[in-house]
Write a protein that binds this ligand. Structure first.
Ligand SMILES: Cc1ncc(COP(=O)(O)O)c(C=O)c1O
Length: 301
Protein backbone atom coordinates (compact mmCIF):
# COMPACT_ATOMS: atom_id res chain seq x y z
CA UNK A 1 0.00 0.00 0.00
CA UNK A 2 1.23 3.53 -0.74
CA UNK A 3 2.16 5.82 2.12
CA UNK A 4 -0.98 7.83 1.38
CA UNK A 5 -3.31 4.80 1.34
CA UNK A 6 -1.78 3.66 4.60
CA UNK A 7 -2.28 6.97 6.37
CA UNK A 8 -5.78 7.42 4.91
CA UNK A 9 -6.96 4.41 6.94
CA UNK A 10 -6.03 6.35 10.06
CA UNK A 11 -7.24 9.79 8.99
CA UNK A 12 -10.20 11.44 10.71
CA UNK A 13 -12.26 13.53 8.29
CA UNK A 14 -14.67 16.11 9.69
CA UNK A 15 -18.03 16.15 7.91
CA UNK A 16 -20.42 18.79 9.22
CA UNK A 17 -18.83 18.60 12.65
CA UNK A 18 -18.72 14.77 12.90
CA UNK A 19 -15.55 12.70 12.60
CA UNK A 20 -15.44 9.78 10.18
CA UNK A 21 -12.42 7.61 9.30
CA UNK A 22 -10.98 8.26 5.81
CA UNK A 23 -12.29 5.15 4.01
CA UNK A 24 -15.82 5.79 5.37
CA UNK A 25 -15.73 9.52 4.60
CA UNK A 26 -17.99 9.69 1.56
CA UNK A 27 -20.32 12.30 0.13
CA UNK A 28 -23.75 11.95 -1.43
CA UNK A 29 -23.93 11.75 -5.22
CA UNK A 30 -26.50 14.53 -4.84
CA UNK A 31 -23.96 16.86 -3.28
CA UNK A 32 -23.80 19.77 -5.72
CA UNK A 33 -20.07 19.97 -5.28
CA UNK A 34 -19.96 16.52 -6.90
CA UNK A 35 -22.71 17.11 -9.46
CA UNK A 36 -21.78 20.65 -10.54
CA UNK A 37 -18.40 21.45 -8.99
CA UNK A 38 -20.51 23.81 -6.88
CA UNK A 39 -18.15 24.15 -3.97
CA UNK A 40 -15.33 26.31 -2.64
CA UNK A 41 -12.24 25.23 -0.77
CA UNK A 42 -8.97 26.10 0.90
CA UNK A 43 -5.57 24.47 1.09
CA UNK A 44 -4.02 25.05 4.49
CA UNK A 45 -0.59 24.06 5.75
CA UNK A 46 0.15 22.84 9.26
CA UNK A 47 3.83 23.18 10.07
CA UNK A 48 5.50 22.38 13.40
CA UNK A 49 2.11 22.13 15.14
CA UNK A 50 0.81 25.46 13.85
CA UNK A 51 -1.79 26.32 11.25
CA UNK A 52 -0.31 28.92 8.92
CA UNK A 53 -2.38 31.98 8.00
CA UNK A 54 -5.48 30.56 9.66
CA UNK A 55 -7.52 33.78 9.66
CA UNK A 56 -6.56 34.62 6.08
CA UNK A 57 -7.68 31.18 4.86
CA UNK A 58 -10.94 31.42 6.82
CA UNK A 59 -11.55 34.90 5.38
CA UNK A 60 -10.88 33.78 1.83
CA UNK A 61 -13.18 30.78 2.25
CA UNK A 62 -15.98 33.02 3.51
CA UNK A 63 -15.44 35.48 0.65
CA UNK A 64 -15.61 32.63 -1.88
CA UNK A 65 -18.73 31.23 -0.17
CA UNK A 66 -20.32 34.69 -0.04
CA UNK A 67 -19.85 35.14 -3.80
CA UNK A 68 -21.31 31.67 -4.33
CA UNK A 69 -24.31 32.57 -2.11
CA UNK A 70 -23.86 29.50 0.10
CA UNK A 71 -25.21 31.16 3.26
CA UNK A 72 -22.11 29.98 5.10
CA UNK A 73 -22.12 32.92 7.54
CA UNK A 74 -25.58 31.87 8.74
CA UNK A 75 -24.59 28.21 9.08
CA UNK A 76 -21.34 28.52 11.01
CA UNK A 77 -19.40 31.46 12.39
CA UNK A 78 -15.82 32.18 11.34
CA UNK A 79 -14.65 31.43 14.88
CA UNK A 80 -16.35 28.03 14.87
CA UNK A 81 -14.91 27.32 11.45
CA UNK A 82 -11.38 28.16 12.61
CA UNK A 83 -11.89 26.00 15.72
CA UNK A 84 -13.10 23.12 13.55
CA UNK A 85 -9.91 23.23 11.49
CA UNK A 86 -7.77 23.36 14.63
CA UNK A 87 -9.72 20.49 16.17
CA UNK A 88 -9.40 18.37 13.03
CA UNK A 89 -5.63 18.92 13.06
CA UNK A 90 -5.50 18.02 16.76
CA UNK A 91 -7.69 14.94 16.33
CA UNK A 92 -5.28 13.71 13.63
CA UNK A 93 -2.24 14.65 15.71
CA UNK A 94 -0.84 16.55 12.76
CA UNK A 95 2.50 18.12 13.42
CA UNK A 96 3.21 18.88 9.79
CA UNK A 97 0.57 18.22 7.16
CA UNK A 98 -2.24 19.65 5.15
CA UNK A 99 -5.90 20.49 5.64
CA UNK A 100 -8.44 20.77 2.85
CA UNK A 101 -11.56 22.57 4.12
CA UNK A 102 -14.27 22.33 1.48
CA UNK A 103 -17.74 23.83 1.48
CA UNK A 104 -20.40 22.69 -0.96
CA UNK A 105 -23.77 24.26 -1.60
CA UNK A 106 -25.24 21.08 -0.15
CA UNK A 107 -27.40 18.20 -1.35
CA UNK A 108 -30.45 18.52 -3.53
CA UNK A 109 -32.19 17.43 -6.71
CA UNK A 110 -30.30 17.73 -9.96
CA UNK A 111 -31.21 20.62 -12.25
CA UNK A 112 -29.60 23.98 -11.71
CA UNK A 113 -32.95 25.71 -11.33
CA UNK A 114 -33.40 23.65 -8.14
CA UNK A 115 -30.87 25.74 -6.21
CA UNK A 116 -33.62 26.74 -3.79
CA UNK A 117 -34.13 23.09 -2.79
CA UNK A 118 -30.52 22.39 -1.94
CA UNK A 119 -30.03 21.55 1.70
CA UNK A 120 -26.73 22.96 2.87
CA UNK A 121 -24.08 24.12 3.03
CA UNK A 122 -22.00 21.02 3.75
CA UNK A 123 -18.69 21.65 5.44
CA UNK A 124 -15.89 19.10 5.04
CA UNK A 125 -12.41 19.27 6.57
CA UNK A 126 -10.16 16.72 4.91
CA UNK A 127 -6.68 16.27 6.34
CA UNK A 128 -3.78 14.85 4.43
CA UNK A 129 -1.28 13.42 6.86
CA UNK A 130 1.21 12.35 4.24
CA UNK A 131 3.02 15.15 2.45
CA UNK A 132 5.66 14.81 -0.17
CA UNK A 133 7.02 18.34 -0.45
CA UNK A 134 8.65 20.27 2.34
CA UNK A 135 7.28 23.71 3.10
CA UNK A 136 10.43 24.85 4.84
CA UNK A 137 13.01 24.04 2.22
CA UNK A 138 13.48 26.07 -0.94
CA UNK A 139 12.64 23.68 -3.74
CA UNK A 140 13.28 24.28 -7.41
CA UNK A 141 11.64 23.18 -10.64
CA UNK A 142 11.45 23.94 -14.33
CA UNK A 143 8.40 25.64 -15.80
CA UNK A 144 6.63 25.72 -19.15
CA UNK A 145 4.13 28.21 -20.50
CA UNK A 146 0.76 26.52 -20.57
CA UNK A 147 -1.52 26.47 -23.59
CA UNK A 148 -4.45 26.50 -21.17
CA UNK A 149 -5.37 30.11 -20.57
CA UNK A 150 -6.73 31.50 -17.32
CA UNK A 151 -10.40 32.34 -17.57
CA UNK A 152 -11.29 35.99 -17.73
CA UNK A 153 -12.72 37.31 -14.44
CA UNK A 154 -15.88 38.27 -16.31
CA UNK A 155 -16.38 34.56 -17.10
CA UNK A 156 -15.25 33.02 -13.84
CA UNK A 157 -13.63 35.13 -11.16
CA UNK A 158 -10.36 33.44 -10.10
CA UNK A 159 -10.58 35.15 -6.71
CA UNK A 160 -13.33 32.67 -5.86
CA UNK A 161 -11.43 29.52 -4.90
CA UNK A 162 -14.02 27.27 -6.49
CA UNK A 163 -13.90 23.53 -7.19
CA UNK A 164 -13.38 24.04 -10.91
CA UNK A 165 -9.82 22.82 -11.13
CA UNK A 166 -10.08 20.86 -14.37
CA UNK A 167 -8.09 23.53 -16.31
CA UNK A 168 -5.45 23.58 -13.56
CA UNK A 169 -5.19 19.78 -13.66
CA UNK A 170 -5.01 19.81 -17.46
CA UNK A 171 -2.24 22.42 -17.31
CA UNK A 172 -0.28 20.05 -15.06
CA UNK A 173 -1.00 17.04 -17.26
CA UNK A 174 0.02 18.89 -20.41
CA UNK A 175 3.61 19.19 -19.18
CA UNK A 176 3.81 15.84 -17.40
CA UNK A 177 6.08 14.32 -20.05
CA UNK A 178 8.41 17.30 -20.32
CA UNK A 179 11.37 18.47 -18.23
CA UNK A 180 9.01 20.77 -16.29
CA UNK A 181 6.52 20.40 -13.45
CA UNK A 182 5.20 23.95 -13.16
CA UNK A 183 2.83 25.26 -15.85
CA UNK A 184 2.68 29.04 -16.07
CA UNK A 185 -0.59 30.34 -17.37
CA UNK A 186 -1.47 33.47 -19.32
CA UNK A 187 -4.65 35.45 -19.76
CA UNK A 188 -6.35 36.00 -23.12
CA UNK A 189 -4.12 39.02 -23.78
CA UNK A 190 -0.91 37.09 -23.13
CA UNK A 191 -0.19 38.49 -19.67
CA UNK A 192 1.11 36.12 -17.02
CA UNK A 193 -1.50 35.09 -14.48
CA UNK A 194 -0.41 32.22 -12.21
CA UNK A 195 0.82 28.65 -12.06
CA UNK A 196 -1.59 25.72 -11.63
CA UNK A 197 -1.83 26.26 -7.87
CA UNK A 198 0.72 28.94 -7.05
CA UNK A 199 1.42 32.63 -7.66
CA UNK A 200 4.25 33.93 -9.83
CA UNK A 201 7.05 36.34 -8.84
CA UNK A 202 9.88 37.79 -10.92
CA UNK A 203 13.11 39.32 -9.57
CA UNK A 204 14.86 42.14 -11.42
CA UNK A 205 17.77 43.55 -9.44
CA UNK A 206 16.25 44.59 -6.13
CA UNK A 207 12.71 44.74 -7.48
CA UNK A 208 10.32 41.82 -6.91
CA UNK A 209 7.35 41.88 -9.30
CA UNK A 210 4.09 39.95 -9.35
CA UNK A 211 0.89 40.22 -11.44
CA UNK A 212 -2.00 42.10 -9.85
CA UNK A 213 -4.78 40.07 -8.31
CA UNK A 214 -7.60 40.81 -10.74
CA UNK A 215 -7.07 37.63 -12.70
CA UNK A 216 -5.46 35.25 -10.23
CA UNK A 217 -6.27 33.62 -6.95
CA UNK A 218 -5.18 36.16 -4.36
CA UNK A 219 -2.70 33.87 -2.62
CA UNK A 220 -2.27 34.08 1.14
CA UNK A 221 1.44 33.36 0.68
CA UNK A 222 1.71 36.07 -2.01
CA UNK A 223 0.01 38.56 0.33
CA UNK A 224 2.32 37.63 3.22
CA UNK A 225 5.37 38.07 1.00
CA UNK A 226 4.17 41.45 -0.30
CA UNK A 227 3.70 42.60 3.32
CA UNK A 228 7.17 41.42 4.25
CA UNK A 229 8.67 43.17 1.23
CA UNK A 230 6.86 46.37 2.12
CA UNK A 231 8.51 46.36 5.53
CA UNK A 232 11.98 45.49 4.20
CA UNK A 233 14.16 48.14 2.57
CA UNK A 234 16.38 45.64 0.75
CA UNK A 235 13.76 45.10 -1.97
CA UNK A 236 11.00 47.00 -3.74
CA UNK A 237 7.77 45.17 -4.48
CA UNK A 238 5.85 45.96 -7.65
CA UNK A 239 2.42 44.65 -8.60
CA UNK A 240 2.16 44.97 -12.35
CA UNK A 241 1.36 43.30 -15.68
CA UNK A 242 4.02 40.78 -16.74
CA UNK A 243 4.47 39.06 -20.08
CA UNK A 244 6.59 35.99 -20.94
CA UNK A 245 9.35 38.46 -21.96
CA UNK A 246 9.58 39.59 -18.31
CA UNK A 247 9.91 35.99 -17.19
CA UNK A 248 12.56 35.00 -19.76
CA UNK A 249 14.69 38.07 -19.01
CA UNK A 250 14.33 38.01 -15.21
CA UNK A 251 17.24 37.54 -12.82
CA UNK A 252 15.10 35.06 -10.94
CA UNK A 253 11.65 33.57 -11.14
CA UNK A 254 9.77 31.81 -8.35
CA UNK A 255 6.27 30.69 -7.39
CA UNK A 256 4.56 30.69 -3.99
CA UNK A 257 1.77 28.73 -2.34
CA UNK A 258 0.60 27.49 1.04
CA UNK A 259 1.69 23.94 0.43
CA UNK A 260 5.01 24.34 -1.37
CA UNK A 261 6.13 27.67 0.16
CA UNK A 262 8.64 29.22 -2.27
CA UNK A 263 9.71 27.25 -5.33
CA UNK A 264 12.50 28.65 -7.50
CA UNK A 265 11.98 28.28 -11.25
CA UNK A 266 15.31 27.59 -12.93
CA UNK A 267 14.18 27.22 -16.55
CA UNK A 268 11.24 28.35 -18.65
CA UNK A 269 10.50 26.32 -21.79
CA UNK A 270 14.06 24.99 -21.54
CA UNK A 271 15.71 28.43 -21.34
CA UNK A 272 17.66 29.16 -18.16
CA UNK A 273 16.29 31.96 -16.01
CA UNK A 274 19.23 34.05 -14.79
CA UNK A 275 21.97 31.61 -13.81
CA UNK A 276 19.64 28.63 -14.39
CA UNK A 277 19.60 27.69 -10.71
CA UNK A 278 17.74 28.68 -7.56
CA UNK A 279 18.86 32.24 -6.89
CA UNK A 280 19.76 34.15 -3.73
CA UNK A 281 16.59 36.27 -3.68
CA UNK A 282 14.30 33.21 -3.83
CA UNK A 283 16.37 31.72 -1.00
CA UNK A 284 16.06 34.91 1.05
CA UNK A 285 12.30 35.11 0.39
CA UNK A 286 11.89 31.50 1.43
CA UNK A 287 13.74 32.05 4.68
CA UNK A 288 11.85 35.26 5.46
CA UNK A 289 8.50 33.67 4.71
CA UNK A 290 9.03 30.40 6.52
CA UNK A 291 10.19 32.15 9.70
CA UNK A 292 7.37 34.68 9.58
CA UNK A 293 4.59 32.20 8.80
CA UNK A 294 5.60 29.65 11.42
CA UNK A 295 6.20 32.31 14.08
CA UNK A 296 2.76 33.83 13.42
CA UNK A 297 0.98 30.52 12.90
CA UNK A 298 -1.85 29.48 15.22
CA UNK A 299 -0.67 26.77 17.63
CA UNK A 300 -2.87 23.66 17.75
CA UNK A 301 -2.56 23.42 21.53
C1 LIG B 1 -4.87 28.75 -8.54
C2 LIG B 1 -4.05 29.05 -7.33
N1 LIG B 1 -3.28 30.16 -7.32
C3 LIG B 1 -2.52 30.49 -6.24
C4 LIG B 1 -2.49 29.68 -5.12
C5 LIG B 1 -1.64 30.08 -3.94
O1 LIG B 1 -2.47 30.53 -2.87
P1 LIG B 1 -2.01 30.36 -1.36
O2 LIG B 1 -0.72 31.10 -1.21
O3 LIG B 1 -3.10 30.98 -0.57
O4 LIG B 1 -1.85 28.91 -1.11
C6 LIG B 1 -3.27 28.53 -5.08
C7 LIG B 1 -3.27 27.67 -3.89
O5 LIG B 1 -3.92 26.70 -3.77
C8 LIG B 1 -4.08 28.19 -6.21
O6 LIG B 1 -4.85 27.09 -6.22
Amino acid sequence: MSEFADSWQETWVNINGEYVKGPEATVSVLDWSFVYGDGVFEGVSVVDGRILKLDEHVDRLYRSAKRARFGLEDAISREEMAERWLDTARKNEIDTGYLRPLVSRGEGPMGISNHGEVDGPNVYVIPQLHRSSGFKTLSSARARLSSIRSPSPVVRDPRVKANHYMPNILAKMEIADTDASVPIRLDDDGYVTEAAAANVFVVNGDTVLTPDDQQILSGTTRAALLDLLEADDRWEAEVTGLTPYDLYTADELFVTGSIGGVKAITHLNGDPIGAGEAGPVAAAMNEMLVDHLIENGTPLE
